[in-house]
Structures are given as structure tokens and as C-alpha cells.
Design a protein around this ligand. Structure first.
Ligand code: FAD
Length: 805
């Protein structure tokens, strides 16, 4: 066995094999894949092999689309039989909410380029004449879907990798993985050890055990999942055309033709405590194992599948498969670096590993070898989970994810399973005032306030919360609003080298004067956007940096892994030590001035300055910044002081008309100010010029990470633009295609209604030829074309007059 390799991949299922192939394709064949049994002997061999195009995530849909384009070619490429059946797929809509979801996904198909049509009952019947269409109102017909033999697909990928020079070692378990002083990893296996620059955890249901070898965690629960195969069905014998793979919320599952038999798989929603695999499974000896059947548990859903396909009920069941699937709390794979570790990567946690394997391998290989993938990887980054994702949290969320597999979720809809995780000390106070929370990185954060007990009627259109948000916006715009944003990631960066360090890792220059505040961006060596932080200079050698709650572990890695050995810089993550209370609005000064001796007047405390002051007797870091475009301060007290501070602000604010506001209102307010958001506009897909963020780069600095790449970047057809949309009752959210006639020239990255300016607004990434102010195009929102016009400046207060007063 080789004793050195650039990359060692642990696990020879669909994910590991695909990664190995794509590493080779992207130029690295100095790789070894180590599999403890035979290839596919984990979850892959027993999968049903279906590869749908449809998923509710735009970026995941890109992963699926790539797999579906690759698999039909694999047999010709490798000579390995993969049994690809290009039968297409039909996803049924049983009500108007499901149809709305299909229309939303249909938008992705235009932006991404897979074939999808929304079809009516006649076409559904033509494609599957055996289906009972009770309750069905429409379906998505996705012609690029298919199903293949999972073992064949996995072996073909491994062969393709070997053909390009990669090495596969079977029947060899990885026993341990340890860091070496030089930064490499030593991988101990039954057949000896290998030194590697990078190690990848592609161990499927064992990913948690393999992560534990390096002191990391893979937040995964393994679920048992059944499908059954019937005896041959006479009606199928007579047909040469295969029916599409059917997917349906009523049956909570899928059903299709398997040769001349029927196949039904269901995601049951009861008895899940019997349906997970915690008790020592899988142990290391397990290979090609199945669980005992539990047909009683899944019978109600099988009966529904037979209601849909009565011909399946005319013959008996020939085979039952009950195997293990790894699931993550949010149902998305873990693709990217493990938190706190350099060159240890995750390629696991997929519950649709056949459908996703191809794309996961491709985009992770790009990230590992080139520093960035061509698609937005934020939602797959394993560092979206932290210590809050303990075993109980993971199990509760995974049960939820499993039972909702075929349920369409509406925008804003969230369940309480596994929550609350991290709460601010204001949690109960805000709940008592009607706060509806949303969850970000385990934190409960205010979304909106239900002052009259109303419950949100979720949907794609403007709903019964629209006017509530308008009220919160009005409070911030006309009087004063207060918002608990304690979840912000916070770092104290100190030491004699702190300024030089920050100027090296950020594209902008950090403030030269104590009290200065700057918005800065962390770039990859290739110039793509990795992170965004607000940095305040607290003293000569002390900076306070803030970033998105969801970026806490990512940004910590970006900072700490950029330090030179011995550099005199100390980075402390103080996220849980400080609370954040945002006080915004034209009367915010009047309010806060009553609570502090510090002079809050413009001359002594101007916009974009930060100082340590006392407010209501509490020591706070007060930052005069605003993401909502009004006069205001962010107050960062020690976290235990937050309740006293909030109570004082609220008491004083009463006579000024104070109101709580939440993140729905923030989204509306920031869209009006044309403030881009990390993870939607500011992503690893784009450089600062493409993101229209040039004003935050200081090219006159001697150097910073990503400078050369930004300067030398070849023109690409991407530019972020800001547009006013002629929407009537449904605003763009992200993922909608941007059309000029029938040509798709881009995609919406985010959008919202701006209540101050009474306009629907969106950011989109488009062909630069349509980026000039005044350019016109259309957005496809819920199947309707809506005109949009590029704006040259923020829709609200483009000169920032209201923040400077
Ligand atoms: C009944 C059923 C039906 C399914 N149907 C579908 C479907 O239709 N479509 C779909 O997309 N998905 C389907 N899935 C899910 C799919 O099977 C999984 O998502 C996928 O196989 C996961 O692939 P993987 O490579 O991550 O894991 P695995 O296939 O489990 O591969 C991980 C490998 O790592 C090896 N390994 C672990 N630890 C070590 C170690 N220490 N040293 C060396 N090797 C190690 C294991 O032996 C294993 O081979 C289904 C699952 C089930 C149970």
C-alpha cells in the first residue's frame, strides 16, 4: 500500500467514490480511497437508486442536476454496467401549496438548466396510466431524472478514478487518524499507515466514529428506511415504456417500476423511535447488512401507495429492504472542512447519496483543490453546526427531516423540534410580548412580533404578517425600534500584531483611529468572498469583530488558520459573552441619551464610531452602525446585563413609541438600503468586483489575501445588480430566474418588499451586459413574469442622510 498520498478518502460508498473521481478530474490523482469492506458495502448497495432533479434548495438542485447529467455517461466512460433508466420523474401536487412549491422549483430549472414542466391530469395519466389521481391537481414532470444500479454507479465512479491514476484499497479499515507536527495527517489502517496532506471523512453511517478519531463531530443520526418490491405485474409485462418515478406527499414516499415489478418506498412519520439505528449500529464488522423488516410500521403508507397504484396491490411483495441512511439535522449533506481542523474534510451526511453523490464529489473536489467551488457551498458547510448540535438535538431534527421528506415546506415555516437550542437572556421576555422566533446556528432570534395573537399563514405570497412587518418597519422609521441580535458571532482580536494581521486577511483597511468602524471582507487566495465582518478599533492593539451568527465557526477558522506561527495576535471567540441590543430609529438618540452620561450628539459620537460607555448603568460597547438605514446604535453589554439594559431601554422608550422588531423587518429595511447579505449575494461563487463591492477593497495596501487574484480576475458573466420589481402580491426570495425574452440571463439571490419605499426589491446575479442602471429584464415569480429595472442606488436614502444625523 502507498505510504504517502496528497488525499486519503475514508469510505468507498457513493460519496467517497465520486469524490475520488472528481479529485482526479480536477487534477489530483495522488489519492488513496480506503474501504473497510467492499465498495458499496455501507448504505450504497441497498439504495433504490433514484435520482430526482427536484429539491427545495437551489444549490442542492445544482448538485442533483450535475449527477443526472453524469450518470447516463458513466457506462460508456468506464465499461461498467450502471443500469441507468432515463424514465423521468413525476412529483405530484395534491393541493395549491404543493403546486406553489413546484412553481418555485420550476424557477430553479430555468436558472440551472434541467428539464422540468408543470403538467396537468391528462399528461400525468398519459405518463402513468395506472395512477389514481384523486386529490392530485398537477405534477412536475422532470425528464432528466432516472434511476440506476447504486452498486454499478459507485463502482463505475471508482473505476473512472482508477483509470485516471487514483488508488482504491478495499478490505482495510481505518483505525485512527492523527495530526503530525508538520501539519500532515497520519492515517492508521489495518494494512499500515499513510501520510496525507488532506483526509476526507466519507464514512457514511460511520462518519461520526471517523470524525471522533480527530476529536471532531459529524452531526448525523442513522435512520432505518424501507422499500418493498412486488412480484411481477402483468400490466408492466405488456408495455415497453417504463413509468416515471413517482413522488407524492400523500404516500409520503416514492413508487416506480423495477423491471416488470413495482417498487414502493415510504417515509413513515410514526414509530420513528423504532426507526433509527443508535444501538451500536453500525459496528465495524457490519457490511452489506439489512435490518429486520417492520412492515406493520410502514403499512399505513404502503396502503396509500397501493391506493395510488392499485396494480401494485394485485400481486404480493417479493422483497423487503430495510437499510440505514445517514441524516443530518437539516437534511443537507456535510461538505467542507471540519470545524477547527485544517485539511480535514467532510463528505458525508447525505440521505440521498445516490442522487447527490455525483455533484457532491465534483463541488467538494473543486473546493479542496482550488480553494473554492463554483456553486455556493454555504448551506453544506459542516461548520453550520456547532456544539448546540448535541445527540438529542440531532436526533430530534433528524426525525423531523425524515418524516417531512416528501412534505413541501412553505417559506418561513419552521417546526419546534430540537428547539430551543441557544437562547438570549431576553428570550422569555420577548416571547411574552408575542415574539415569533427563528433559528440560526442554534440561536433563537426574533422573526416578528404577534401583537394580536395571529399565527402566520405561511405561503409564497404576501400574507397576514405583511402588515405586521409594515408596522415594525414604521416604528423603526418614524420612532424607535429595539431588536435582540445576541446571536451575532463576536471576536476580540488583540495584540501588537492585530492591525497588521487584519489588514493582511481583509480586503478593506481596518480603522486607523481608535473608535473607527469598517466593513471588511475575508477572501480566498482565489479572490472569492468567504466572510464579512464589522471591525471596530477599540484601542491601539484591540479590535472587536462581528459577523453573521451562522458564520461563527467558519470565520473563526478563517481568522485562526490565517495566523503565522508566533504572530503576536490573540483571537478570542466572545460570542456567548456579549449580548447585542440594536436600538434604531430617529428617536433612538433621544431615548439612549436619557440612559447615559456619554454625549451621543453627532459631533462627539458620529456615525461609524464605537466607544465603551455605560448605558442604564451597564457597561456596553456602543457601535453607531445601522443595517436598517436609520439613526441607531448597537449596544453590546456583557450577556448577563442584557435584561437590565433591555428593561431600561423599553421603559424609557415607552413614551417615544418604542416597538420590538424582528428579522423579517430587517430584511425589508436592508433591501431598501441595498445592503448585500453574506451567503446570498456575498458567496464563494463571486469575487468582490462581481459582487459590486469594489468600494470595500483597498488595492493600495501592499498585499492582502486574494488581492492578486482579484486584480487578475478574468471577466466572467456574473454581476450582482439591485432592482425594483413590478411584483403585485408575491415578492422574489432567491432562486427565481432572470429572463430576457426566453433567455435566462441570471438568478435572483434575495428579495423582499420595501415597506418604507413601497416597492418590491431584489438582488440578482446577471450577465454584466444587463447590469447598468435602467437595464430591464423579467423575473419569473411563481410562474408569472414580472418586469424589473436595475437601480443605480439604494431605493431608500441613498446618501445615508438619516444615519448621519
Ligand atoms: C432502503 C434505502 C433506499 C435508498 N434509496 C435511495 C435512492 O433511491 N436515492 C438516493 O439518492 N439515496 C437513497 N438512499 C440513501 C443512500 O443509500 C445513501 O445516502 C448513500 O448510500 C450514502 O452514501 P455514502 O457514500 O455517504 O455512504 P456509504 O455507502 O455507507 O459508504 C460509506 C463507506 O465507508 C466505509 N467505512 C466506514 N468507516 C470506515 C473506516 N473506518 N475505514 C474504512 N472504511 C470505512 C463503509 O464500509 C462504507 O462502505 C437509500 C437508502 C436506503 C437505506
Amino acid at each position: 500500500m502507498k505510504t504517502n498520498a496528497r488525499v486519503v478518502v475514508v469510505g468507498g460508498g457513493m460519496m467517497g467514490a465520486s469524490l475520488l473521481y472528481h479529485l482526479a478530474l480536477e487534477g489530483c490523482a495522488d489519492t488513496v480511497l480506503i474501504e473497510k469492506g467492499e465498495l458499496t458495502s455501507g448504505s450504497t448497495w441497498h439504495a433504490a437508486g433514484q435520482c430526482p432533479s427536484i429539491t427545495g434548495s437551489y444549490n442542492l438542485a445544482k448538485i442533483h442536476a450535475y449527477s443526472n447529467a453524469l450518470y447516463p455517461k458513466l457506462e460508456a466512460l468506464t465499461g461498467q454496467y450502471v443500469s441507468w433508466h432515463p424514465c423521468g420523474g413525476l412529483r405530484l401536487a395534491n393541493n395549491k401549496d404543493e403546486l406553489a412549491w413546484l412553481k418555485f422549483v420550476h424557477g430553479f430549472s430555468r436558472s440551472i438548466g434541467f428539464r422540468m414542466d408543470i403538467v396537468g391530469l391528462d399528461e400525468i395519466k398519459r405518463l402513468n396510466p395506472f395512477l389514481t389521481t384523486d386529490k392530485v391537481i398537477a405534477a412536475a414532470w422532470t425528464r432528466d431524472d432516472g434511476h440506476g444500479d447504486p452498486s454499478g454507479l459507485c463502482n463505475a465512479l471508482a473505476k473512472a478514478a482508477r483509470d485516471l491514476g487514483a488508488t482504491v484499497v478495499r478490505r482495510n479499515r481505518v483505525l485512527d487518524i492523527r495530526p503530525r507536527a508538520g501539519g500532515e495527517w497520519e492515517v492508521f489502517t489495518e494494512q499500515g499507515s499513510i501520510l496525507a496532506e488532506m483526509v476526507v471523512n466519507a464514512a457514511g453511517c460511520y462518519a461520526r466514529q471517523v470524525a471522533a478519531m480527530v476529536g471532531a463531530d459529524a452531526p448525523i443520526t442513522n435512520m432505518q428506511h424501507h422499500y418493498v418490491v412486488t412480484h411481477p405485474i402483468p400490466a408492466f409485462m405488456e408495455r415497453s415504456v417504463e413509468i416515471p418515478v413517482m413522488r407524492d406527499s400523500y404516500t409520503s414516499g416514492y413508487f416506480r417500476q423495477e423491471q416488470k415489478s413495482g417498487l414502493m418506498g415510504v417515509y413513515e412519520s410514526t414509530g420513528l423511535h423504532e426507526a433509527w439505528a443508535p444501538r451500536g449500529f453500525p459496528d465495524w464488522e457490519s457490511a452489506n447488512e439489512l435490518f429486520a423488516d417492520d412492515l406493520d410500521r410502514i403499512a399505513p403508507w404502503l396502503e396509500r401507495a397501493i391506493e395510488r397504484m392499485p396494480i401494485f396491490g394485485e400481486v404480493g411483495i417479493r422483497r423487503v429492504i430495510n437499510g440505514a441512511i445517514p441524516h443530518t439535522p437539516d437534511g443537507a449533506p456535510l461538505l467542507g472542512p471540519a470545524a477547527g481542523l485544517k485539511n480535514f474534510w467532510m463528505c458525508c451526511g447525505t440521505s440521498f447519496g445516490i442522487a447527490q453523490g455525483g455533484g457532491c464529489g465534483k463541488y467538494l473536489a473543486q473546493w479542496m483543490l482550488h480553494g473554492d467551488a463554483e456553486i455556493n457551498m454555504t448551506e453544506f458547510d459542516p461548520r453550520r453546526f456547532g456544539g448546540f448540535a448535541d445527540a438529542g438535538y440531532v436526533r430530534d431534527k433528524v426525525f423531523l427531516d425524515y418524516r417531512l421528506t416528501f412534505t413541501t415546506r412553505k417559506p418561513g415555516e419552521e417546526e419546534m423540534d430540537g428547539r430551543p437550542g441557544k437562547t438570549s437572556p431576553l428570550h422569555q421576555r420577548l416571547r411574552a410580548q408575542g415574539c415569533v422566533h427563528t433559528e440560526t446556528f442554534g440561536w433563537e432570534r426574533p422573526k416578528w412580533f404577534s401583537l394580536d395573537g395571529r399565527v402566520e399563514a405561511y405561503g409564497y405570497g404576501r400574507n397576514n404578517v405583511f402588515e405586521v412587518v409594515a408596522g415594525e418597519v414604521a416604528a423603526v422609521h418614524e420612532r424607535v425600534g429595539v431588536l435582540d441580535l445576541t446571536g451575532f458571532a463576536k471576536y476580540d482580536i488583540s495584540g501588537t500584531g492585530a492591525e497588521g494581521f487584519l489588514n493582511r486577511v481583509c480586503a478593506n483597511r481596518v480603522p486607523r483611529q481608535t473608535g473607527g468602524i469598517a466593513l471588511v471582507h475575508l477572501l480566498s487566495a482565489g479572490g472569492r468572498i468567504q466572510g464579512e465582518m464589522t471591525v471596530t478599533r477599540m484601542a491601539d492593539d484591540r479590535f472587536y469583530a462581528l459577523s453573521a451568527a451562522a458564520a461563527e465557526l467558519r470565520d473563526q477558522d478563517l481568522l485562526t488558520q490565517s495566523l503565522f506561527p508566533g504572530e503576536p495576535v490573540h483571537i478570542a471567540n466572545v460570542t456567548e459573552e456579549r449580548g447585542v441590543l440594536v436600538v434604531s430609529g430617529p428617536r433612538s438618540r433621544e431615548l439612549l441619551q436619557q440612559l447615559t452620561d456619554a454625549d451621543l450628539g453627532n459631533p462627539s459620537f458620529p456615525w461609524l464610531r464605537g466607544r465603551e460607555i455605560a448605558v442604564a448603568g451597564q457597561p456596553v460597547r456602543a457601535l453607531r452602525v445601522s443595517y436598517v438605514g436609520e439613526l441607531g446604535w448597537e449596544l453590546h453589554p456583557p450577556i448577563e446585563s442584557l435584561p437590565a439594559l433591555y428593561d431600561a431601554v423599553w421603559d424609557c422608550g415607552r413614551k417615544l413609541g418604542i416597538a420590538n422588531y424582528g428579522l423579517y423587518a430587517v430584511n425589508s429595511l436592508r433591501m431598501e438600503k441595498a445592503y448585500k447579505a453574506w451567503s446570498s449575494e456575498l458567496t464563494n461563487e463571486l469575487n468582490m468586483l462581481e459582487a459590486d463591492m469594489e468600494r470595500f477593497i483597498r488595492f493600495d495596501k501592499p498585499d492582502f489575501t486574494g488581492k492578486a487574484a482579484t486584480l487578475g480576475a478574468a471577466p466572467r458573466p456574473y454581476k450582482i445588480v439591485y432592482a425594483e420589481v413590478a411584483a403585485t402580491d408575491t415578492d422574489a426570495r432567491g432562486g427565481e430566474p432572470v429572463l430576457v425574452a426566453d433567455r435566462c440571463i441570471g438568478v435572483v439571490t434575495s428579495g423582499a418588499y420595501g415597506h418604507r419605499v413601497r416597492k418590491s426589491l431584489a438582488f440578482a446575479c446577471v450577465d454584466p451586459q444587463f447590469a447598468a442602471a435602467g437595464s430591464r429584464f423579467e423575473l419569473l415569480i411563481q410562474g408569472e413574469r414580472r418586469g424589473a429595472t436595475v437601480l443605480g442606488a439604494a431605493a431608500f436614502d441613498p446618501d445615508n442622510a438619516r444615519m448621519r444625523v
